[in-house]
Design a protein around this ligand. Structure first.
Ligand code: ZN
Length: 334
């Protein structure tokens, strides 16, 4: 399907090319301490600490705002959020056409193509100016960004999406399971930390598992990795780096991160989805892992030390996330 003059969305082979070539991710059974510690950074924490009185006040304010048809509260930082989520940092070229343009703690990746640029995630509302500065520092205009790909509909990844969409005029694509959430500004599923809304995204197009998105000379494949959210999507592209083809995976979050696993009425399939995504991610070929929380794969350290190519990393991350998931599920089931 042709989306714009240059941007193509191929809906034909729903599962084509999604599965990895088996056996390329070997089970090492060993994770560095750092990998372990960073395997669950997607904390989404702040409102859990609030008192019930504060919750009541907030609920009343939300109701009042809804009654007055005020815009949704922006996804601004709360006191419990990690400070690095909103700390700007300079751009960092990673490999091929891919440059890191996000903050210290929240991933945003810019992919240059022969016909404009693709942005993967916009992060939080207060980060938009910093990310836009980073994009301009690459000698690009905001209007050069033709496409924004979404990892998943949580405030820390999409709070700035609507503003970024308006500022760039880019088309927004997200996993179909998160599109309703994006359009409403209300995250999908139920969590232990309440509801952290974000500005609704006025125009967003759904992508299905296996769909290919093409802009100029770059093609990305959507790989559905639901669980963390119903539409959580990993985006996969091939990059030729120093003459060698590398499979790059912009990995969707795999952490439980406060999701209610038992009795989640708004996302009843959550447990099944998590498990099938772990199965799938463990088999996915990933020479380079670029997660939406960069510390989950030590992106900056790896880039500095020339260790971005790490074919076992995604499998290790998925196995660690699975262990954490099953432990959390047992605790919730007790
Ligand atoms: Zn999340």
């Amino acid at each position: 399907m042709l989306v714009t003059g240059a941007l193509e969305l191929d809906r034909a082979p729903a599962h084509a090319g999604v599965q990895s070539r088996g056996g390329e991710v070997r089970s090492s059974g060993r994770l560095g301490a750092r990998d372990h510690a960073d395997a669950s950074p997607d904390r989404h924490p702040a409102p859990a600490k609030s008192t019930s009185a504060a919750r009541t006040v907030r609920a009343a304010v939300a109701l009042l705002a809804a009654a007055l048809a005020l815009p949704a509260a922006p996804a601004t930082a709360a006191s419990g959020d990690p400070p690095e989520w909103t700390q700007p940092r300079p751009t960092l070229h990673l490999l091929g056409p891919i440059t890191y343009v996000g903050t210290r703690g929240l991933g945003a990746y810019l992919i240059r193509t022969s016909e404009g640029a693709i942005l993967v995630d916009a992060t939080m509302a207060e980060n938009v100016s910093a990310i836009e500065r980073n994009i301009r520092s690459l000698k690009l205009k905001l209007s050069d960004v033709k496409l924004i790909l979404v990892s998943h509909a949580h405030f820390d990844h999409v709070g700035g999406l609507e503003r970024m969409r308006c500022d760039t005029g880019a088309r927004v694509l997200a996993g179909s399971g998160d599109v309703a959430a994006l359009r409403s500004g209300t995250p999908p599923g139920e969590t232990s930390y309440g509801v952290r809304r974000f500005p609704a995204v006025a125009r967003v197009s759904p992508v299905a598992d296996g769909e290919r998105v093409k802009l100029g000379d770059v093609t990305l494949r959507a790989v559905a990795t639901p669980g963390h959210t119903p539409g959580c999507t990993s985006w996969v592209m091939r990059v030729v780096d120093h003459g060698r083809p590398r499979e790059v995976v912009f990995a969707g979050s795999m952490t439980v991160a406060g999701n209610r696993l038992v009795g989640n009425r708004r996302y009843p399939a959550i447990v099944r989805d998590f498990r099938s995504s772990f199965d799938r991610i463990e088999r996915l070929r990933a020479d380079v892992v670029l997660p939406m929380h960069p510390d989950a794969a030590d992106v900056f350290g790896r880039a500095r030390s020339g260790a971005l190519v790490a074919p076992r990393l995604l499998g290790d991350m998925a196995r660690a996330a699975r262990v954490d998931f099953e432990r959390t599920l047992r605790q919730e089931t007790r």
